[in-house]
Design a protein around this ligand. Structure first.
Ligand code: NAD
Length: 334
């Protein structure tokens, strides 16, 4: 089984590769452009494995993507390479369009160009986000796989566009594909620009912990290892085209999540005052979606998937991991 992972030096991609490498029968090729968000250290010790290889490739470069796919002839591609931070997409959207839309187009065209040389049953797993569905009111029912797309940020618009390209390449050219829309992930090796590691880093360094608006915005949270397990299960589907929401069914307001982290830190590394005192409300993010929440029952039914982590335990474990990796976090602060 040959598996190509794009964006395998990122937060979720590296977790996926760590999990796939548990199976010695898998040959893994990781392609990643090594952007600021990449973390080769998350795969430390794996570089020398016989069944792992890495190529520095920017998916915007069509010919490099094409050669990698033509030479490796994967059975599966997990496509995760993307610009992923909403705030960056608001201040500088172009790279999001270039990587997330054109990069996905390059991957699809490279598959199409090599289709007859790829193994039978080749599948593309396109890893996307629940943010493509837009925002829910507090009392609205959950997004399911048939909910319409209504992205509100340049990031989510670029991901929504890439989902639609994957769908079209399946319907038009018959490329077998699964599109997955997952809720917010947390766990080790997440770039400290994101809410959870940023909160931990600022708290430990006794800096203000910024929280947008009133902190009421709700997200559904899933541990990254649960996400990875779901992706691997979905990749074994026999369906020619499928779409799955992946979520933890664990909604939490941002302020409650931050307080949960502060409360754990208060016990773990007590200070004279409390980490709660560092919470600082800042101007809301432009176009800030109020609530994301998804119905992941299709995944549960089709693939017998149930997240292993409950958010409260997962958060404690995650905080402990970042405490043990403070130097690494410091090295990622730009
Ligand atoms: P990340 O930012 O941590 O990692 C992205 C990786 O892609 C990095 O290693 C980066 O170097 C690489 N990359 C960026 N541009 C590239 C390019 N042009 N060519 C090749 N490689 C490039 O992101 P993540 O959090 O691991 O997210 C991975 C995927 O999962 C993304 O597609 C994202 O939209 C999706 N997703 C993320 C979450 C989440 O909560 N983090 C939730 C749902 C879906």
């Amino acid at each position: 089984m040959k598996i190509l992972v794009s964006g395998g030096l990122g937060f979720i991609g590296s977790a996926l590769i760590r999990s796939l490498l548990n199976n010695e029968d898998y040959q893994i090729l990781n392609i990643d452009k090594c952007s600021y968000a990449s973390m080769p250290e998350a795969l430390e010790g794996r570089e020398s494995l016989k069944n792992y290889s890495f190529k520095k490739i920017d998916i915007k470069n069509a010919s490099e993507v094409e050669s990698a796919i033509a030479e490796f002839k994967p059975n599966k591609i997990f496509h995760l390479a993307a610009e992923s931070h909403v705030d960056r997409s608001i201040s500088a959207p172009k790279e999001f369009l270039d990587t997330n839309i054109l990069g996905t187009f390059n991957i699809l065209e490279s598959i199409r160009g090599n289709f007859s040389n790829l193994p039978e049953n080749f599948i593309l797993i396109h890893v996307s986000t629940d943010e493509v569905y837009g925002s829910l009111k507090f009392d609205e029912s959950l997004f399911n796989e048939l909910s319409s797309y209504a992205p509100n940020s340049p990031y989510s618009a670029s991901k929504a566009s890439s989902d639609l390209l994957v769908r079209a390449w399946n319907k038009t050219y018959g490329i077998k594909a699964a599109i997955t829309n997952c809720s917010n992930n947390y766990g080790p090796w997440q770039n400290p620009e994101k809410l959870i590691p940023k909160t931990i880093f600022n708290a430990i360094n006794k800096k203000p912990i910024p929280i947008y608006g009133k902190g009421v915005n709700i997200r559904d949270w899933l541990h990254v290892t649960d996400h990875v397990e779901a992706l691997i299960k979905i990749s074994d589907t026999h369906e020619n085209y499928s779409k799955y929401n992946i979520g933890g069914n664990q909604e939490m307001a941002n302020i409650d999540l931050v307080k949960e982290i502060c409360s754990h830190l208060d016990k773990k590394i007590p200070i004279d005052t409390s980490y709660f005192d560092l919470i600082t409300y800042v101007d809301d993010r432009l176009g800030h979606d109020l609530r994301y929440a998804i119905d992941a029952s299709k995944l549960a039914e089709d693939h017998n998937f149930k997240p292993k982590y409950m958010i409260k335990d997962g958060i404690k474990e995650t905080v402990d991991w970042y405490i043990s990796n403070l130097k690494w976090m410091q090295s990622k602060i730009i």
